[in-house]
Design a protein around this ligand. Structure first.
Ligand code: TXA
Ligand code: MG
Length: 330
């Protein structure tokens, strides 16, 4: 059930988490499906609810940097600088894991992903959990595995059903998942682009940011697995195709009145009939990130069989949105 995130509902959610239950949680990026990070049986239920493969680790959410040493064995200086610059906020750091903690979340990795969210409801819940002895919340995006991430409480309910307690914190401001930086191998490595750009990361930590497919011999070890980094992910039911604006215009012209059951996310309103459902693609990368998952979800719900998406600009601030679209189209 969806509950407005007032103090009573937050207290109830904290108690449910302490008791080993799952809670749908708003964050500034997307909604998460949360469990007590130190309760392996509760965390195992997340994998079941999502249909997520057992070898895909979860991010542990903490109230503040103070909880980091409980989960991370070691924090390099550059990671410390990233926390100072961007926490609370949409940044996840992969760090060497404290042996024996958050085992189910780590899914076989000897590292742990940590994030301190800025959403006031997430913060309030994490604080309420701390008072009950719950030090961190494991939370993947609250969607079935491989599907589009939820950015409203209603999306979460449509993914995971009516029984789950979901705190309604409004629609998510950022709209795409956190930037993930692997800090476990001596140099910052970008595992997943997000609102915080690689240039911002580099500036804040004073190091060049490596790519996740940096050759093995540069890093010494292969990059860790990350499900958000699978080539095909974020898939709506409809087939997604990414195209330059000009191609969209030409194809629409060729189809003429035969364009049907077609969703379109592009900057310019097309000259097309009622068989085309158009949504405006914002000019700003930030607004586009905010909109992208809810537009895909809405077009899907309208039953279109294809969604044509205008290829966003190839500039750094669009990297996160481009990444999600490329994987929705894969
Ligand atoms: O914005 C977000 O990060 C959202 C909200 C709910 O906080 N969460 C989220 O979780 O996107 P999820 O599970 O959908 O994506 C987490 C990504 C996955 O690709 C996972 O493989 C990676 O983080 N990850 C987590 N722990 C890791 C680890 N120890 N090593 C490598 N990758 C890790
Ligand atoms: Mg996800």
């Amino acid at each position: 059930m969806i509950q407005s995130a007032n103090p009573a509902a937050i207290a109830q959610a904290a108690q449910a988490l302490q008791a080993g239950q799952l809670v749908g949680l708003p964050t500034e990026t997307v909604y998460g499906l949360a469990a007590n990070a130190s309760d392996d049986a509760a965390v195992a239920q997340i994998f079941v609810a999502k249909g997520r493969p057992a070898d895909h680790p979860l991010i542990v959410h903490v109230a503040s940097p103070e909880q980091v040493p409980l989960f991370a064995a070691q924090v390099p200086g550059f990671a410390q600088r990233l926390m100072q610059a961007f926490w609370p906020g949409p940044l996840t750091l992969i760090l060497p894991r404290q042996p024996g903690v958050a085992t189910a979340s780590a899914a076989g990795q000897d590292s742990i992903g940590l994030r301190c969210p800025s959403h006031p409801v997430a913060q309030a819940l994490l604080q309420a959990c701390l008072l009950l002895g719950v030090q961190g919340l494991s939370a993947p995006s609250a969607n079935r595995f491989g599907r589009v991430s939820p950015t409203t409480a209603a999306h979460v309910q449509s993914e995971l059903g009516p029984d789950l307690l979901i705190l309604d914190g409004g629609d998510c401001e950022v709209g795409i998942e956190s930037t993930i930086i692997d800090c476990s191998r001596g140099e910052p490595v970008l595992l997943r682009p997000g609102q915080i750009t690689r240039a911002q990361i580099a500036a804040a930590c004073g190091r060049a940011v490596l790519d996740k497919d940096a050759p093995k011999d540069v890093m010494g070890q292969p990059a860790p697995r990350a499900s958000g980094t699978l080539e095909s992910h974020y898939a709506p039911r409809a087939r997604v195709r990414l195209m330059p604006a000009l191609d969209i215009a030409h194809k629409l012209q060729a189809l003429g009145p035969h364009a049907n059951n077609l969703g379109l996310w592009s900057a310019e309103r097309p000259d097309a009939g009622s068989g085309v459902v158009w949504r405006a693609q914002p000019q700003s990368a930030e607004q586009a990130a905010h909109d992208v998952f809810s537009v895909l979800r809405e077009l899907d719900a309208r039953g279109v069989t294809q969604i044509w998406v205008q290829l966003p600009p190839d500039t750094p601030e669009w990297e996160g949105v481009r990444d999600r679209l490329q994987r929705a189209a894969a």
